[in-house]
Write a protein that binds this ligand. Structure first.
Ligand code: IMP
Length: 450
């Protein structure tokens, strides 16, 4: 291995946490390189369920460095909550290392994210409202506050003042419109607005209070703050393995996903170099993780979406509700046009297919093998033009389904022939071997393939 990137191959929620957890057995360090607490992964270990939003999956191994890289945007309040939660459950968090260069999600980012979405109305992205977009925007504007700033009160205050100043107008408007906003918002939105207001109780976002609060966060996080790029180099230079764990997924990539219905960072493998501080030649293997079907949360094109009883089957049997927001996920057939695009974009060397068990009871199975544009043209490749993608419909290959439940399968020969044929079809179509197959949520509910 030594450098191995694990990325989402669809629209997120593919089960990257479990795959990372399994591959981490062979690694010395696990690094998250982008995103923030918009992500969510669940790991089941010895019957105990762990849910993380920010902390990399590797935290359950006390002997491995578990790193939040410089490319991550970090809400210190949320991170401290996760650290506390793990400590209470007896998990040693001593090996958690946080890049001094990672940017902080500040209370005004959360407010601006929510306000932006409410303002967009029907055109909203469906963000997780965790402040991700506004935080990355400040980073690009060079108005960001970084983890290292927490350690110097004077610098921190100066930087918060500078960051707040250009937002005064929007924030003033926000405070004036608070009541109006709440009234205008629909049920779901109202809940999010109230949550955001609770997260930042003072809509004027008092500079003094915010500075004090963050100095306190700094004291608590200080033992974890490190030069994480150097940490990665040391592990790699010693010939040992580093896993670069992506959050979100390829089709949510800011540059290569279904813009503007994307997240504000780059979840593809190439971004691991920037978000962790390593070179392209440090990445030897890229694992893509895809569900045996497809899901998406939030708005945006989804050519294989099903709004029938098959989609319902996937939602119910696959428990397709967001870990972060609890939203119902949109469900549909596996899209091999999009998957082949993700394979090429990431340079995938292996695939892990998760939740194959969810397909049992469906016959026939379908996979999208091309799109048809509104004008009737057949498209073998993922269209780069938004309007074409938005109006494209999927054309399918039908494969025989299977009825047997897969949760007890542990070897390839345990899988029904139809399930094996399904995997072979996917693998042949995208040209990448499927090395791991998920057949249930528990850690041991996997089938390894040669
Ligand atoms: P943001 O990342 O909160 O700005 O949201 C932008 C888009 O990415 C929305 O459609 C979200 O639903 C989606 N998104 C963000 N994080 C995740 C994730 O971890 N899984 C799936 N979708 C996500």
């Amino acid at each position: 291995m030594p450098g191995l990137a694990i990325v989402g191959a669809q629209w997120g929620d593919e089960g990257k946490g479990k795959v990372t957890d399994l591959l981490a057995e062979r690694a010395d360090a696990i690094v998250r390189f982008q995103g923030g607490n918009n992500a969510g992964h669940t790991i089941v270990r010895n019957g105990e369920e762990f849910k993380f939003h920010l902390i990399p999956s590797g935290i359950l191994y006390p002997d491995k460095a578990c790193v939040i890289g410089n490319g991550v945007v970090l809400d210190p309040r949320i991170l401290l909550g996760e650290i506390e939660g793990l400590r209470r459950r007896g998990v040693d968090v001593g090996n958690l290392k946080i890049s001094a260069n990672a940017h902080l999600i500040m209370p005004y980012h959360v407010l601006l994210d929510t306000a932006g979405e409410v303002k967009l109305g029907k055109l909203s992205i469906g963000t997780t409202r965790r402040g991700i977009g506004p935080c990355y925007a400040d980073k690009a504007l060079r108005l960001g506050i970084r983890v290292q700033d927490l350690l110097d009160e004077k610098i921190l205050r100066t930087k918060i003042r500078a960051a707040l100043e250009p937002k005064q107008q929007a924030l003033r408007e926000l405070s004036v419109q608070r009541r109006k906003l709440r009234k205008e918002a629909g049920e779901g939105d109202r809940e999010a607005v109230e949550q955001a207001i609770e997260d930042a109780p003072d809509p004027r976002l008092d500079l003094h209070t915010m500075t004090e609060e963050h100095v306190n966060y700094g004291h608590r996080l200080e033992p974890h703050i490190a030069d994480t790029a150097r940490l990665c180099w040391d592990v790699l230079d010693a010939g040992r393995t580093v896993i670069f764990e992506g959050a979100q997924a390829t089709l949510l990539d800011l540059d290569h996903g279904t813009y503007p219905f994307v997240t504000s960072s780059n979840p593809i493998a190439g971004a691991a170099t920037v978000g962790a501080g390593v070179s392209p030649s440090d990445i030897d293997e890229v694992w893509g993780v895809a569900k045996a079907y497809a899901t998406r949360v939030g708005a945006g094109p989804f050519p294989t979406e099903l709004e029938d009883e098959v989609g319902r089957h996937m939602l119910e049997k696959g428990h397709e509700y967001g870990t972060t927001t609890g939203r119902e996920r949109r469900c549909g057939w596996m899209d091999l046009v999009a998957l082949r695009y993700a394979v090429r974009l990431n340079g995938m060397t292996s695939l892990a297919i998760t939740k194959l068990d969810v397909l049992s009871g469906l016959d026939p199975l379908r996979v999208a093998v091309r799109y048809r544009s509104r004008e009737g043209a057949l498209l073998d490749r993922f269209p780069y033009h938004q309007s074409i993608l938005h109006s494209a419909s999927a054309e399918y290959e039908e494969l025989p389904g299977f009825d047997a439940e897969l949760d007890e399968c542990r070897k390839e020969s345990d899988l029904p022939k139809e399930a094996r044929d399904y995997l072979d079809f996917v693998s042949d179509f995208v040209g990448v071997p499927i090395r791991l197959v998920g057949v249930g949520p528990a850690r041991d509910q996997v089938v390894w393939r040669d």
